[in-house]
Ligand binder design. Structure first.
Ligand code: URA
Length: 239
């Protein structure tokens, strides 16, 4: 059994405040297992109960986990007076209050970003102590040299003196532009760009293609998103 108050679950799942959720219950538009309820303190069992609000049934998940293929030009923030954010592009059927991106991708970086309302998960993904590797596909101005790879894999010191943890780097051969795959477990400001800048190179395009063992779904167009499927959440923590 996994019990929660009905007003809390409505607020979490229906994009309304807790106060608005209580009003909905009072107004008699909420059904629990088919029966109308009027008490906001009513508890629901997340494992087996169903809730309908105004005739629409919704799932009773405590948290939502969304895979977004971030497009260029949107910022990794929850709100901004002038710029479009990653939360602005989440479709209404997946929108909830308190959604936020797990970590940041630069405005011009594309690829895998997890959007959730689960603060614990975000901490586990972002903190280097949890050893979650993020994999990036990088297009560069110049070819990566074996000396660059050694420096990056030993833990490069950035031009401003910041020490990075060791990375894994693989040169991609045969493409039209110089390119590489890099895996890092930190998320310092502009980290990948600064790592290559410290090798005298320049990142031309950056795309995150995996977090842990979870790969960006190749069926998702840029700007597209979907809920994580069963088993995918756990893959974030497998390297
Ligand atoms: N490193 C960067 O430089 N930018 C990103 O968006 C992500 C990692």
């Amino acid at each position: 059994m996994n019990l929660e108050r009905i007003d809390k679950m409505i607020a979490l799942n229906c994009n309304v405040t807790r106060k608005q959720a209580r009003e909905l219950v009072k107004n008699g538009v909420v059904r629990l297992n088919g029966n109308r309820v009027y008490r906001a303190q009513e508890t629901v069992d997340l494992e087996k109960d169903t809730i309908e609000v105004d005739g629409h049934e919704f799932s009773l998940k405590e948290h939502i986990y969304i895979m977004l293929n971030k497009p260029e030009g949107v910022i990794s923030a929850t709100n901004d007076p002038n710029k479009k954010t990653v939360i602005d592009i989440i479709p209404p059927e997946l929108k909830r209050r308190s959604l936020f991106p797990c970590g940041r991708l630069d405005r011009d970086t594309t690829g895998l970003l997890i959007i959730t309302d689960d603060g614990d998960l975000a901490h586990r993904i972002m903190s280097p102590s949890h050893h979650v590797y993020k994999t990036y596909e990088v297009q560069l101005e110049y070819e990566v040299t074996s000396d660059d790879i050694k420096r990056l894999e030993n833990g490069i010191i950035l031009n401003d003196g910041t020490q990075c943890l060791p990375a894994f780097v693989e040169k991609i051969n045969g493409g039209q532009a110089p390119a590489a795959i890099i895996r890092i477990k930190e998320g310092k400001y502009h980290q990948v760009k600064r790592m290559f800048a410290s090798c005298g190179n320049k990142v031309v395009r950056l795309r995150r293609i995996a977090i842990g063992a979870l790969k960006l779904d190749t069926d998702l167009p840029e700007g597209g998103c979907r809920e994580l499927k069963d088993g995918e959440l756990e893959m974030l923590f497998i390297n």
